[in-house]
Design a protein around this ligand. Structure first.
Ligand code: 3HC
Ligand code: NAI
Length: 699
């Protein structure tokens, strides 16, 4: 018989309501019903004097069941029915938290009359990350228990807090989870059952404890970091309501603001993204029985930009790394760049001097392959040339122990060809980090034709250890992220030829929500990178004489971007602020005339559609080819690898939200309008056509 979501039992005048809804005790319908019924039973039983709400799994509760949001069935309502019943209980209700309480889980605890937990526990109100706000009284009860500013911080940032930072929330915080049962028993024995029941809703927010201007200032203060987001500003309004309105009216206001958030496409997008991120870890290529290899020692080949960052990830996780370079000078330089990075972090107070030394001590250098004989994983990050990579893999094949995983960080080369240089293609895989590799959360894990399932599984699990979000993809030029970004960069460049200015294009994309537009990004990355890729891909672009011609001219003129002080924009020394340059517009004008392209005024809408829709279309092709297993994987890649705004859910979710028929119509419009160019680049992907015609979505 399956265990009920809330087990009810009575022992020595204490009724226990034990939540059991693994993995996180989400407050789905069964739990809500179980809680209400449990309270009713306990109130009806004269033998019961005290009620305990707790859990028998590691979590107290991860909050409302997000997967139920789309069903629209919220009965019994968590706030107005379940928590109301708990708070208004005429018998004291004690929440005992053996593990974290998030969102509705914390709101449940706040509605109880007493809370007991242990020091190592954490609680939080992360609803803002789902595009909503705590809608079960969290914005009203928390400011009644902690200083208003602290409540604001928790609700608006969504960050979990150690319970030790919230002493006023808890009646007791014991040293360890093991002490909870005994502490609970003693606490209950000592309860004065004749005293008034302390209800959070009865507390008045101390108006002297904060400046009324706080809320306006707070909204101003988060403007930059919350740019484009809707929910954080409603979070502020909800907490403000707690300070201005009596509890029932405040709760009502919270409900209105919650509903307002819930109805936005941002909430749908962010909730989609929550599941997308987790679904990326659900991979068909292996199962529970697939073994996992131990990764205790790592080697990185090449101590350049990527090699250094990659090595840092492992050192940060306490895993020793041997770095191999051809020349001792290159090795020394690589290691000193890493040290510099750590020291800068230490200067900001985010690492101690000991941390720096500890991490550096995990990094050793060598110029000899013989030193890699006992490593479990090698990641190659040398120059992007097939001959160089194949030579490296041949050497690795000769020295590495059987079962060592041989990975490449190539961004464009065929991993099957790299694997073919070894006698063990089953152990070869792509681990495509994003720059800066120690900062960016995304890791594209690229399975080649012969990569063994256990190698894939080991790498997917290893990603978690080094705190990356891994997405499994297949081999093609640029894999998923860079293959799609090609379409976006190409359109931005073509729009410049057609008469848009780089600032206009960048502004449109920035306003859409990316951290910067394509031209600013190109200058930052270095225009030479794209140039070299184009040189190696002549066959792909030869049918389009207009392909990135302005960018090519700039690079050939030494204008390679920020590092040269000039690219599409100009830069003052030591300043990253792009300065528009008329001479670039002049080059665009001349090139347009040479190519017979008429320059015209281009609307912001056209810029947005032409940059984003071809990128989505490429995503559809990638899905059809099976390079990505699911649309949500592409969304994860774009949010974590390219700064696509999470409130749009990723490019594929964005397309779903506006409607695939609209994307298809626009693709066809530009295909017709742009002549040969349109014919070359705006052909809708068959999957897009099919789904649009069926009224379906990617996700
Ligand atoms: N609802 C539904 N499913 C949930 C869930 C929730 N609140 N929280 C987690 N899950 C699911 C995950 O999707 C995942 O499913 P899967 O195994 O099928 O992929 C499984 O539970 C385990 O989750 P994680 O892999 O994330 O497990 P971790 O142990 O790494 O993290 C966690 C646990 C910190 C609780 C994390 O899952 C989390 O942050 N959950 C969301 C917390 C949250 O946002 N709560 C607020 C919900 S909204 C709310 O309460 C509204 C209220 O104010 C009215
Ligand atoms: P880099 O030029 O900064 O570093 C390459 C390093 O490899 C140099 O230090 C060089 O001395 C060393 N090296 C060259 N040949 C070697 C060999 N045979 N044996 C040992 N060391 C050798 O290059 P970067 O940018 O770090 O790129 C490395 C790889 O990472 C390339 O494949 C690149 O495509 C890929 N990549 C780069 C990204 C970026 O943004 N820079 C992003 C993702 C992948």
């Amino acid at each position: 018989m399956s265990q009920s979501a809330v087990a009810y039992s009575v022992q020595q005048s204490v009724a226990s309501l034990i939540m059991h809804n693994p993995p996180v005790n989400a407050l789905g319908k069964a739990v809500r019903v179980g809680l209400v019924e449990g309270i009713e039973k306990a109130l009806a039983d004269d033998a019961v004097k005290v009620i305990v709400i707790t859990s028998d799994i590691g979590f107290f509760s991860g909050g409302a069941d997000i997967s139920e949001f789309s069903t629209g069935d919220f009965e019994p309502n968590l706030s107005t029915v379940v928590l109301h019943a708990i708070e208004q209980s005429t018998k004291p209700v004690v929440a005992v938290l053996p593990g974290p309480a998030f969102g509705g889980g914390l709101e449940l605890a706040l509605a109880c009359h007493y809370r007991i937990t242990h020091k190592a526990n954490k609680v939080g109100l992360p609803e803002v990350n789902l595009g909503i706000l705590p809608g079960a009284g969290g914005t009203q009860r928390l400011p009644r228990l902690v200083p208003v500013q602290q409540a604001l911080d928790m609700v608006v940032s969504g960050r979990p807090q150690s319970v030790t930072k919230l002493p006023s929330v808890f009646a007791e915080i014991v040293d360890s989870v093991e002490q909870l049962p005994a502490a609970t028993q003693t606490f209950i024995e000592n309860l004065d059952l004749t005293a008034d029941i302390p209800r959070t809703c009865d507390i008045t927010v101390d108006s002297a404890s904060f400046d009324p201007a706080l809320f306006e200032q707070y909204a101003e203060g988060i403007k930059k970091q919350a740019r484009g987001f809707f929910a954080p500003f409603n979070c502020i309004k909800a907490v403000q309501a707690a300070t201005e309105l009596p509890f029932p009216e405040g709760l009502q206001r919270e409900g209105e603001l919650f509903l307002e958030c819930m109805q936005t496409s941002q909430a749908r997008a962010q909730q989609h993204f929550f599941f997308a991120e987790r679904a990326a870890g659900h991979v068909q290529d292996y199962d529970k029985s697939t073994p996992v290899r131990d990764i205790k020692k790592v080697a990185v080949i090449g101590a350049g930009t990527m090699g250094g960052g990659i090595a840092m990830n492992f050192a940060n996780a306490g895993i020793p790394v041997t770095m191999l370079e051809l020349q001792p000078e290159a090795l020394e330089k690589g290691l000193s760049v890493i040290r510099g990075n750590y020291e800068r972090t230490a200067k900001k107070g985010k690492l101690t001097a000991e941390d720096v030394e500890k991490r550096m001590s995990l990094l050793t250098g060598t110029t000899s392959y013989a030193d890699l004989a006992d490593v479990d994983l090698v990641i190659e990050a040398v120059f992007e040339k097939m001959e160089v990579k194949q030579a490296v893999f041949k050497s690795l094949d000769e020295v590495c122990k059987p079962g060592a995983i041989l990975a490449t960080n190539t961004s464009t080369l065929d991993i099957n060809e790299i694997a073919a240089a070894t006698s063990r293609p089953q152990d070869v895989i792509g681990l495509h980090f994003f720059s800066p590799a120690n900062v960016m959360k995304l890791l594209e894990i690229v399975k080649a034709e012969h990569t063994a399932p256990e190698v894939i599984k080991t790498c997917m699990q290893m990603a978690k250890i080094i705190r990356k979000v891994a997405v499994l993809v297949g081999v093609c030029f640029g894999f998923v992220g860079n293959r799609m970004i090609e379409a976006y960069g190409r359109e931005a460049n073509r729009l410049m030829l057609e008469g848009a200015t780089p600032e206009q294009v960048d502004k449109v994309i920035y306003k859409f929500g990316l951290p910067m537009g394509p031209f600013t990004m190109g200058d930052m990355a270095g225009l030479d990178i794209g140039y070299f890729v184009r040189q190696s891909r002549k066959a792909f672009i030869e049918h389009d004489p207009s392909y990135c011609v302005v960018a090519d001219k700039l690079v050939e003129d030494g204008r390679v971007g920020l590092k040269a002080g000039k690219g599409v924009y100009l830069y003052e020394p030591g300043n990253r602020q792009p300065i528009p340059d008329e001479s670039v517009l002049e080059i665009a004008k001349q090139e347009a005339a040479r190519l017979g392209i008429e320059q015209r005024k281009i609307s912001d809408q056209e810029i947005l559609e032409r940059c984003i829709y071809p990128l989505i279309n490429e995503g559809a092709l990638i899905l059809e080819e099976g390079i990505a297993a699911k649309a949500s994987d592409i969304d994860v890649i774009y949010v974590y690898g390219y700064g696509f705004p999470v409130y749009r859910g990723g490019p594929m979710k964005f397309a779903d939200e506006i409607g695939l028929d609209k994307v298809l119509t626009a693709m066809n419009k530009y295909r017709e309008q742009l002549g040969d160019y349109g014919e070359a680049w705006f052909k809708p992907a068959p999957l897009l056509e099919k789904l649009a015609q069926q009224g379906k979505t990617f996700n």
